[in-house]
Design a binder for this molecule. Structure first.
Ligand SMILES: [Mn+2]
Length: 326
């Protein structure tokens, strides 16, 4: 008997429309999740797998939590996930107990959140491990390998799922890991975090990497408008694994849900910011960072600040930033 899974990227559940969205965002995530449950039933999957950012915020309104609980309770098989950066305050996975995702896990019997990569879920002859988002991920390739002992687990087909920036090309930012270089003891590695995704990447050593992309179109960029919203059907049989990407019928075309007029404005803003950064960089001779988390980390490193102080600062910024999305 084959073991089957349906894998889907970051859902970012929230109760309000993101900037630039012209349809009803809540109706959209509900329809997509229900289509995923139906696909899982059709293909008789053993479980649904998901790399985190289930919620768009660590602390959603009760109405959003209730709606999410209603939809997740309809899942026809267990759903396994881990904490994404949006699910936890700051980078602090230790604060998972305070989050809406933890509450959702308590309310919905078939949902399990796994934040410890040394404790795999075993289904048939498949071991599935998870690495949540943290300050360590993408540092020296960390995050993409199971952390349980291999000898007694040797006969298992190993899937590893992580919430990190694992990609197939070098991006214009510092913190990422390349599929071409990353070390792993897994047979297949699945990630989210990067919403665009690269689909399926088969490496010459036999390891398969997959990121089908996020479930949702959040930003009004050309990539977000044109990409296919898809899920991955995983089949493991006789020690061999295969992946099939399936487009979601309920996902509306990007042109119908994202306001194109904003794109140009956002691009101009980004361009202006980069120009400004380049200008300061030329004047000061130092690298200029545009991402607030990177700025804080750079300052902390320079000033030798305690990790606790950095964590608090990031939490405060996160709280202020996220106020809008509730
Ligand atoms: Mn995400």
């Amino acid at each position: 008997m084959p073991v089957k899974f349906l894998y889907f990227g970051d859902p970012h559940i929230r109760g309000t429309n993101p900037r630039n969205r012209t349809d009803s965002y809540p109706e959209s995530w509900k329809a997509k999740l229900r289509e995923i449950w139906a696909l899982g039933k059709e293909h008789q999957v053993n479980a649904f797998l998901q790399p985190g950012d289930t919620f768009d915020l660590p602390d959603v309104a009760n109405s959003v939590l209730n709606d999410a609980a209603d939809v997740f309770a309809e899942a026809p098989a267990p759903v396994y996930t881990t904490a994404g950066n949006h699910d936890i305050p700051g980078y602090n996975v230790a604060a998972f107990g305070t989050t809406s995702l933890r509450l959702l896990e308590r309310i919905v019997p078939q949902l399990r959140v796994i934040n410890d990569p040394s404790h795999p879920v075993i289904i048939g002859d498949v071991a599935i491990s998870f690495t949540p988002y943290s300050g360590n991920i993408d540092r020296d390739g960390y995050g993409y390998s199971p952390e349980y002992e291999l000898p007694p687990m040797g006969d298992f087909y190993r899937l590893h799922i992580a919430h990190g920036m694992l990609i197939d090309h070098t991006p214009p930012f510092d913190r990422f890991t390349l599929v071409q270089e990353v070390k792993t003891t897994a047979h297949m590695v699945f990630t989210g975090h990067d919403h665009t995704g690269y689909g399926i990447y088969r490496r010459s050593d036999g390891v398969t990497f997959c990121n089908p992309g996020s479930l949702t179109r959040l930003a009004a960029s050309q990539t977000e408008i044109s990409r296919t919203i898809q899920v991955a059907l995983i089949t493991i049989e006789g020690g061999q694994g295969r992946i099939e990407l399936i487009p979601l019928q309920s996902a509306k075309p990007g042109e119908d849900v994202l306001d194109r007029s904003r794109i140009e404005k956002d691009q101009q803003r980004q361009y202006a910011m980069e120009n400004f950064a380049a200008l300061i960089q030329t004047a000061s001779g130092e690298k200029v960072r545009l991402d607030i988390n990177q700025i804080i980390e750079a300052v902390a490193e320079k000033e030798g600040l305690a990790p606790e102080v950095v964590r608090l600062a990031l939490e405060k910024i996160e709280t202020a930033r996220m106020g809008e999305g509730r």
